[in-house]
Design a binder for this molecule. Structure first.
Ligand code: AMP
Length: 403
């Protein structure tokens, strides 16, 4: 069933509550990366350009003490938003009570208001974590402040918090609309199509540290993918399951049986490295060599080797849908970044494929290469996109009204 989206709403003159993802890196009040604020602009602009009043809620970091509150106010975010929108943005230093209600009552069509970090509700009260624990009373209170609710925070869509599921539940109970913003709409379009209805050949590329983090994705995508390419630290547990010596490479002993089972089930759908760049020390300057099936006991795999890069590139040829999550090696160290960067390049070079990248590390590789414009979609949520690829429901999306 298709979900209601912001373009289905008549926002004119309405108080539109919007859950955005303003969880930006911030230090001493200085925002180091405003990508997430920029990403929220289309939804906010749509509301103001159509005569609505945009009331924005977001979390920022984790609040465990009063001290955290000083560091994690949304005030600098509201200031940055004001610069980006080139209009005043009201910031209210609380997210409950008279001061907030008065500020909302004063809003005119086209106004934007940011209330304080929703996770300030996670301490100093009887409930405990009112926001992160989804206190229904808090959801009801926030819902009472608006006429409709738009969820545009994909990064928290895999969690049930008061500021997404709580508000949505209370709004729906009152017959008020709950819609997806443009960001979530795009995530549903790309990730949803890839999982439910991919154009073939459909290739999944998985990397990163642990098999255990990606088991759900592998299991869900084996029947749907034509190939799953496995690199990164997680490849070594599979290689060990195939009886290869992996030296001191990353290894999850308790996942070997599962890896064997997946290899049996998937047949040649699972494509593993045929060579690896190895070193004796986990160090950016450590001397390295390429091992082809001859990893020594004192060596660890740090990146996929040149033959594997070729193998992966050849497998990708002609692909129509590609999903990539997780680096092919320890790409933070330039000496071991080649596999990850080459995979990024080959994705960007695919002539007419839907290419989807998720996860923080693959996304930063894409940015490092400057290839973002050549890819179809870069997911804004690591945990949420993995959950989607596992085929599991996301509470922050489930709670959006059906059309
Ligand atoms: P994840 O968060 O699971 O996507 O894992 C990302 C991390 O995996 C990165 O910090 C990489 O440095 C690390 N990683 C990738 N390949 C390897 C490897 N061969 N050995 C150790 N760590 C790795």
């Amino acid at each position: 069933m298709a979900k209601l989206t912001i373009s289905d709403l008549d926002v004119k003159g309405k108080k539109v509550l919007v859950r955005v993802d303003f969880n930006v890196p911030i230090q001493n009040g200085v925002i180091n990366d405003d990508n997430r604020i920029v990403a929220a602009l289309p939804t906010i602009k749509y509301i103001i350009e159509h005569g609505g009043k945009a009331i924005l809620l977001s979390h920022l970091g984790r609040i465990k003490s009063e001290e955290d509150k000083k560091e994690l106010s949304l005030r600098p975010v509201a200031e940055r938003l004001s610069e980006l929108l080139k209009q005043d943005v009201a910031f209210v230093p609380v997210n409950e009570g008279q001061e907030l209600e008065d500020a909302i009552a004063k809003m005119q069509a086209g106004d934007v208001l940011v209330m304080e970090n929703t996770r300030f509700q996670d301490i100093d009260n009887d409930f405990g974590k009112r926001e992160s624990g989804n206190d229904p009373k808090l959801g009801e209170y926030w819902a009472s402040l608006g006429d409709m609710f738009v969820n545009d925070a994909f990064g928290t869509a895999h969690r049930s918090h008061a500021s997404n599921v709580g508000i949505a539940t209370a709004m729906e109970a009152e017959g008020k609309p709950v819609a997806a913003g443009f960001l979530i709409e795009k995530e549903i379009k790309f990730l949803g199509n890839a999982v439910d209805n991919p154009e073939h050949p459909f290739i999944t590329i998985l990397g990163g540290a642990k098999v255990s983090d990606k088991i759900g994705v592998i299991t869900n995508l084996i029947p749907k993918s034509d190939h799953i390419l496995i690199g990164g630290g997680m490849a070594y547990t599979f290689m060990a399951a195939m009886g290869q010596n992996i030296g001191t490479s990353l290894f999850e002993a308790d996942k070997v049986d599962l890896a064997k089972k997946l290899l049996d089930e998937a047949g040649d759908k699972l494509v593993l490295p045929v060579d690896t760049v190895v070193t004796k020390k986990f160090d950016k300057d450590a001397p390295a060599r390429v091992a082809s099936g001859d990893i020594q006991d004192d060596e660890m795999g740090m990146d996929i080797g040149p033959k594997t890069i070729e193998l992966f590139k050849n497998t990708l040829k002609g692909a129509k849908t590609v999903v990539w999550n997780g680096p092919m090696g320890v790409f933070e160290m330039p000496r071991f970044a080649k596999g990850t960067l080459e995979i990024g390049r080959s994705l960007a070079a695919l002539p007419d494929a839907i290419t989807i990248v998720g996860g923080g590390d693959s996304t930063s590789a894409v940015k490092q290469l400057g290839i973002a414009p050549k890819l179809s979609h870069i997911s804004t949520g690591g945990g949420a996109s993995l959950r989607y690829l596992e085929g599991k429901p996301l509470p922050g999306i489930e709670c959006i009204s059906d059309k």
